[in-house]
Write a protein that binds this ligand. Structure first.
Ligand code: FEO
Length: 179
């Protein structure tokens, strides 16, 4: 059974992950509208991954006797000045997600909620990857600078990313989560 405090904070994070998906969908739209289809693809896959993150919280909260509550989601920006500004914002956003997850882990430990602590470890590991991925692209964009050819090559490279998460956090197969 979740404490009321833990249930509320897991719900906040569920909704923040929805906002993350919303943010990346908006970045994807902006990139694709500007013919940066590779960057747009990368952001679209990121948005899909965020929905899987959402489902992890949804599953965990329900499994522990709580109830997921969908809240109003803020509208993200709709346009970015450059690929570098969008990916820099994505990195900054992921650093905020990491600090929020760290706070959740801290609460789980304080409450001796070992099931939540164990569940959240998936997100702790995932955030290392999330920050590293965004950071790598920010660094590459800084390296190519104003080179149109460099940006074009990077855009092409990121068109190869595909969505492939078969399990939601907590271990439930993504394809049968409604069963
Ligand atoms: Fe769900 Fe990108 O953190």
């Amino acid at each position: 059974m979740l404490s009321k405090k833990m249930e509320a904070q897991l719900n906040d994070q569920l909704n923040f992950e929805l906002y993350s998906s919303y943010l990346y969908l908006s970045m994807s739209a902006d990139f694709k509208a500007k013919a940066f289809n590779g960057f747009g693809n990368w952001m679209q896959v990121q948005a899909q991954e965020e929905l899987v993150h959402v489902m992890g919280y949804h599953y965990h909260i329900l499994s522990r006797g709580g109830k997921p509550v969908m809240k109003k989601i803020d509208a993200p920006e709709t346009s970015w000045d450059s690929p570098l500004s969008a990916f820099s914002e994505a990195l900054k956003h992921e650093m905020i997600v990491t600090s929020r997850i760290n706070a959740l882990v801290k609460l789980a430990v304080e409450e001796s909620d070992f099931a939540s602590s164990n569940f959240l470890q998936w997100y702790v590991s995932e955030q290392v990857e999330e920050e590293a991925n965004a950071s790598e692209i920010v660094n590459q964009l800084k390296m190519v600078g104003d080179s149109k050819q460099g940006v074009f090559m990077l855009d092409r490279e990121l068109s190869a990313r595909t969505f492939s998460m078969s399990l939601i956090p907590g271990g439930m197969p993504a394809a049968t989560q409604g069963a």
